[in-house]
Design a binder for this molecule. Structure first.
Ligand SMILES: NC(=O)c1ccc[n+]([C@@H]2O[C@H](COP(=O)([O-])OP(=O)(O)OC[C@H]3O[C@@H](n4cnc5c(N)ncnc54)[C@H](OP(=O)(O)O)[C@@H]3O)[C@@H](O)[C@H]2O)c1
Length: 254
């Protein structure tokens, strides 16, 4: 057993050292494996709530948002479930100066693409996410999705990717389809219903989980929903940062 906190990683003045965005980007670099790497970034309260009043912002904090931005800055594509896109009002990912040189060196465009997973395609295709992103937004859906909605997505400028039969997206196929299009550094920001499917399909490589020092009670979703897996998936701790009582954990598939 090891004590991880209180820490010894302090400055000479006895204060926690500052982590620049560059430090964070180094710490959270993708592993450089040959195949795709699917990372999830989620936040949870101490009692397991993944949202409060329908949003994750009330359980997040400034340093969580810095890591959120860093993970986006490293990713080729950000995958989100349609409900998260609808409720959180997703906008196109920004090109940020802090990551420009790193992205150029890695052969990446200025910002990650956003990939929305939806069966119904009940999305507002007039939003900036679809009509004015830096990189075309992808819409992952099933072969049986409503043809008029597929057409509307395409007309708005989205790149529609069929990744399943019926109206459902097969999570493992979604990863393959994205990898085939050159998106190997994958980041999913949930929500819980989508993350649960990546977990169940055995395609989640890494979980960046922020544990917020908050209790909310109630019946909010956990970070991963849907049917339970038969055998719990084992992950190994890769790193642990702390600020203001928030724990920034990073676990990799064992
Ligand atoms: N704590 C966190 O880190 C965090 C992160 C993200 C979101 N959240 C919170 O989570 C809530 C939303 O999450 P959620 O779990 O309800 O929804 P979600 O996973 O974001 O989205 C669910 C929707 O995604 C589409 N979808 C998911 N799997 C699909 C599949 N296999 N095939 C086709 N479409 C699929 C469906 O869209 P259609 O209905 O369009 O078919 C489904 O209704 C919000 O309150 C948000 O604030 C928290």
């Amino acid at each position: 057993m090891r004590r991880l906190f209180p820490v010894t990683d302090l400055t000479a003045a006895g204060t926690p050292r500052e982590w620049s965005l560059d430090d964070l980007a180094d710490a959270y670099a993708y592993p450089g494996t040959a195949g795709p790497w699917l990372r999830a970034n989620m936040v949870s309260t101490l009692d397991g709530a993944a949202q409060h009043d329908g949003r994750s912002q009330p359980i997040s904090c400034e340093s969580d948002m810095r890591i959120f931005g860093t993970l986006r800055g490293l990713a080729d594509v950000v995958i989100a479930g349609a409900e998260t896109v609808r409720l959180e009002g997703y906008r196109p990912a920004r090109a940020r100066d802090a990551f420009a040189a790193r992205r150029a060196a890695a052969g990446q465009g200025p910002a990650p693409a956003v990939a929305v997973v939806s069966g119904s395609l009940d999305l507002d295709f007039s939003l900036p996410l679809f009509v004015s992103p830096l990189v075309p937004t992808l819409v992952l859906t099933g072969a049986g999705a409503p043809p008029d909605r597929i057409a509307a997505a395409g007309k708005a400028g989205a790149d529609v990717v069929i990744a399943g039969e019926g109206s459902r997206v097969d999570p493992a196929r979604a990863v393959r389809e994205l990898a085939d299009r050159g998106f190997g550094r994958l980041l999913t920001e949930g929500g819980p219903r989508l993350l649960g499917q990546f977990v169940a399909a055995g395609v989640l490589d890494e979980l960046c989980l922020t544990v917020a020092p908050l209790l909310t009670a109630g019946d909010a979703q956990r970070i991963a929903g849907g049917p339970a897996v038969t055998v719990p998936k084992r992950f190994a701790l890769a790193s642990l940062l702390e600020e203001d009582g928030f724990l920034f954990t990073r676990y990799r598939r064992s």
